[in-house]
Design a protein around this ligand. Structure first.
Ligand code: AMP
Ligand code: ZN
Length: 459
């Protein structure tokens, strides 16, 4: 095993060695569930899925946590604008209550999970709603307060970034914070525009706290949940590049200030954006496409996964329908060539497997891994069985659904005949069941009776 990942913290590719050899610990920033996920968001989770699968393929155990942001994420990352969940409730004409907020969150979380499933993304075992961990947020803020890192203004409790000597380390410390108007605070009581909310007062709706009713800031939820489930220091933290400047920068500042331990996270890994017509795809700008935009056109959702894997996760990509259609043609061809391999069994080709591992372990080089997949399919010296075994092995990471292909390809007509045959057998009408078997055979399929029931396959 020689995993190498690009670490945003050091701005270079580094050998990945887990802190605890027994298990890699990883935190992935989850979605803000005030609306459907868009294609850009889903890239963040295809990337995380490939990362998780690669770690496991390398023989390591992995504990992955994902939060669901269901409060406190303002429309601008820099603490200004409207709360996104509030915006969601207003959009749907619902009254502003905590119960409605939770219902809204649960609805869009289910839609999010459906998207993940359609993209063959393994749903993390541990996915938690941020609003279930308010107590942990409060405790963390109290700790920061006790150590003198906070101050109060009329609208909330703030983190004093001037107390941190290496604030902005994820940016290489070079960032000019005022260069973008967006970073300039709307709250004139803030000591510095970089200071960020830990607790936001809100008298109409919110949770109680030692400082008054309101909501935890968005950044504190990820620090509190990361520390709770993974410890004060862990291996990997993922998110999109938009999280680097503010959200992850602030997570580092507050976590390290609270625990006194550096680094909070060893590897910070970020996926680049998916753009649309040259602009960033963003829920808040209304400039986005959803996975259903693809499936509504009759395109298999895995085509989107396949298209994403054609670029490295750190490459900015622009969504255009022509490119997706090109990917659709290529994926269908791959499926066709795979199905033509028949039912022969074989062995994984070790040399190809080693190369595949080498590419994936090199900062998730999926474009090269896909080229290798084509090489296997086209290799004239390999048996069909060995090709199948090797492709299925690659698919443990690529997740393009080769395994399910055969099952899906059984025509409805054959399935119906097989069901009738099963019925006939149950009724001990062996003459009829035999006739049905022959009919199925004449259509190019065969049925085998196994302990798990009938198995249909192409002859
Ligand atoms: P959100 O639901 O806004 O909290 O974002 C969920 C994930 O999607 C985060 O990791 C973001 O960094 C990521 N993300 C947001 N927009 C894009 C985009 N256009 N392309 C790729 N990732 C994105
Ligand atoms: Zn986060």
């Amino acid at each position: 095993m020689s995993l190498k990942f690009y670490n945003t913290l050091t701005r270079k590719k580094e050998n990945f060695i887990p802190i605890n050899k027994e298990e890699v610990r990883m935190y992935s920033c989850g979605p803000t569930v005030y609306y459907y996920a868009h294609l850009g968001n889903l890239r963040a989770y295809v990337f995380t899925d490939i990362l998780c699968r690669t770690i496991r393929y390398s023989g390591l155990k992995l504990k992955q946590i994902m939060n669901i942001t269901d409060f406190g994420h303002l429309t601008s990352d820099a603490d200004s604008g409207e709360d996104k969940m509030t915006k969601g409730l207003l959009r749907e004409g619902k009254e502003l209550t905590l119960k409605n907020m939770r219902e809204l969150a649960e609805f869009y979380t289910e839609r999010f999970k459906e998207d993940l499933q359609a993209l063959n993304i393994k749903i993390p075992n541990e996915m938690y709603f941020a609003s279930d961990y308010i107590k942990e947020d409060v405790e963390l803020i109290k700790k920061l307060e006790g150590k003198g890192y906070t101050y109060k203004t009329s609208d909330g409790i703030y983190f004093d970034t001037s107390k941190i000597s290496d604030y902005g380390i994820l940016w290489g410390g070079k960032r000019d914070w005022d260069e973008k108007g967006a970073r300039v605070t709307e709250n004139s009581e803030k000591k510095d525009p970089k200071d960020f909310t830990l607790w936001k007062f809100e008298d109409k709706i919110g949770y109680s706290s030692p400082w008054g009713q309101g909501f935890p800031g968005w950044h504190i939820e990820c620090s509190a949940m990361g520390i709770k489930f993974l410890g004060e220091q862990f291996d990997i933290h993922t998110g999109g590049v938009d999280h680097i400047a503010v959200h992850h920068t602030n997570e580092i500042a507050q976590s390290e200030a609270a625990t006194g331990k550096k680094p909070f996270v060893k590897f910070w890994m970020h996926n680049e954006h998916v753009g649309i017509e040259g602009a960033k795809m963003a829920k808040s700008d209304g400039n986005f496409l959803r996975l259903s935009s693809i499936t509504d056109r009759g395109i298999n959702p895995l085509t989107y996964r396949f298209w994403l894997l054609m670029a490295n996760y750190r490459t900015k990509i622009n969504f255009v329908w022509e490119a997706l259609e090109g990917a659709e043609t290529a994926l269908k061809r791959l499926y066709g060539l795979y199905l033509a391999l028949g039912n022969e069994h074989g062995h994984i080709h070790k040399e190809y497997q080693n190369k595949f591992k080498e590419y994936l372990e090199d900062d998730l080089d999926t474009p090269r891994a896909l080229v290798l997949l084509w090489d296997v399919i086209k290799d004239k010296n390999m048996s069909a069985g060995d090709k199948k075994a090797t492709i299925l092995d690659f698919d443990k990471v690529l997740g393009l659904g080769f395994e399910n292909l055969q099952k899906e390809k059984i025509p409805e007509e054959i399935k119906k005949l097989a069901e009738e045959r099963e019925e006939a057998r149950k009724e001990k009408d062996f003459k009829k069941s035999d006739e049905l078997r022959k009919e199925i055979n004449s259509l190019g399929y065969e049925v085998k009776d196994t302990s798990a029931g009938q198995k249909i396959s192409k002859i």
